[in-house]
Ligand binder design. Structure first.
Ligand code: MLT
Length: 404
């Protein structure tokens, strides 16, 4: 008789953004006349850049012609895209990444959920608290996190690294030694970042203790300040301890188009075994490559027009971030983030819990955000707003919140 993966039964509730969508749906059904503004999930609202659309059209036409038709793409990604990434994302920052250290995929969410496949079950993970829920949930599904402790909102076998106001929402090196460390900068959900010298401490720590860092840099295009690293490989020694996840979702609006990549340097080893080879094996076995037309669209992001157009999109969202940050600050809210990231992290007023504030904001202002507690216990009493809405909706949402 078949048996299920009982680890799934330990997971509390449903995925955070599915929970939110259900609540919003119920509210909309009860209040069909209300105009809801969604600043919850970090989903883009601007259409794809013209350079990307042109590339999609051209590639689609190629698929309709016998001579240029493509079947399965190379399982690790087309060389043209991997070369563009190595040149533009790394070489320009003084980092040498070889083409065969880059693995093209259909999303950083899938990569961050799947990367655990190449690690033994007997590894202890460390995560920031609050944290993007995929890191923890995917490890829980694999059976790596122990038991869920509802009273604490934590797993028994996970090292939580509190990111609080006192630490500028950055984690401190953990007391207990983890095997796998998840870091995300610019951070989702708090919008915080760390300077290069700080990140270097993590790299040195991982190299010293033999830990691996899974570095999620999906929001690097939003960095506006100097001395904030765009890649962990800007730090000395990172190639022997870090895997980097990148995405086209937030820097080029591919949330619905799906394209991302993971970098695993060949120097990153467990004994004599290269993690690069393990991931190549996993990728080749379980993935048939991102679509050709989407990879062509991704390559167009690196053209001169592509860079200019996607740069303008980022500036548009960061203007929204400024509107939210300044508007909420003027209204007396305690606000952070939104300078190097498209997320604004605010303290709930009047000691409301995160979910109380979610309901209050939905009911009174018809604005949807994300409750901080959904990202971990230290997110309680906080709330996340995204800058990915339209300019008009962002302005209106802030006006409505100001009037509360
Ligand atoms: C978020 O809202 O945290 C993100 O959109 C989730 C994601 O990128 O998967």
């Amino acid at each position: 008789m078949f048996k299920i993966n009982a680890n799934y039964l330990k997971l509390p509730g449903s995925y955070l953004f599915s929970d939110i969508a259900k609540r919003v749906k119920a509210f909309t059904e009860e209040n069909p006349d209300k105009k809801i503004i969604r600043l919850g999930i970090g989903d883009v609202t601007l259409p794809l850049a013209p350079a990307v659309i042109e590339a999609l059209h051209r590639a689609t036409d190629e698929m309709g012609v016998k001579e240029t038709f493509k079947g399965y793409s190379p399982d690790l990604g087309y060389e043209f895209l991997r070369t563009a990434i190595a040149e533009n994302d790394y070489k320009t920052r003084g980092v040498t990444i070889a083409v065969d250290e880059i693995f093209i995929s259909d999303g950083a969410k899938s990569d961050s959920g799947n990367i655990g496949d190449i690690f033994d079950i007997d590894n202890k993970i460390a995560v920031c608290d609050p944290v993007y829920p995929v890191y923890v949930d995917s490890n829980a599904m694999a059976g790596r996190t122990g038991e869920y402790l509802p009273a604490l909102g934590k797993w028994s076998n996970v090292i939580y690294m509190p990111c609080t106001e006192e630490t500028d929402f950055a984690p401190e090196l953990p007391g207990e030694e983890p095997d796998i460390i998840y870091l995300c900068f610019p951070n989702n959900p708090t919008g915080s970042t760390i300077k290069k010298a700080e990140l270097q401490k993590w790299v040195d720590y991982a190299n010293k203790t033999g830990a691996v860092i899974i570095y999620d840099a999906a929001y690097e295009a939003y960095i506006s300040e100097e001395d904030v690293p765009h890649s962990i490989y800007e730090c000395e020694g990172a190639k022997t301890c870090a895997i980097e996840l990148r995405s086209f979702s937030k820097n080029a609006g591919f949330t619905g188009t799906r394209l991302a990549f993971t970098v695993i340097p060949k120097e990153l080893k467990s004994g004599e075994v290269m993690l690069n080879s393990l991931w190549a094996r996993r990728h080749g076995t379980k993935f048939n490559g991102a679509p050709y037309i989407v990879q062509k669209a991704g390559a167009a992001v690196y053209t001169q027009e592509g860079r200019k157009q996607t740069g303008e999109q980022i500036a548009y969202y960061m203007n929204n971030a400024k509107i939210i940050r300044e508007g909420l600050t003027a209204a007396g809210y305690d606000v952070s983030g939104g300078v190097n990231a498209p997320y604004i992290w605010l303290k709930t007023p009047g000691k409301m819990t995160s979910w109380e504030f979610f309901d209050y904001l939905l009911r009174e202002a018809n604005v949807v955000g994300t409750p901080g507690s959904g990202f971990g216990p230290h997110g309680e009493g906080y709330f996340r707003l995204t800058a990915f809405g339209t300019y008009e909706n962002t302005l209106e949402a802030i006006e409505r919140i100001k009037k509360l």
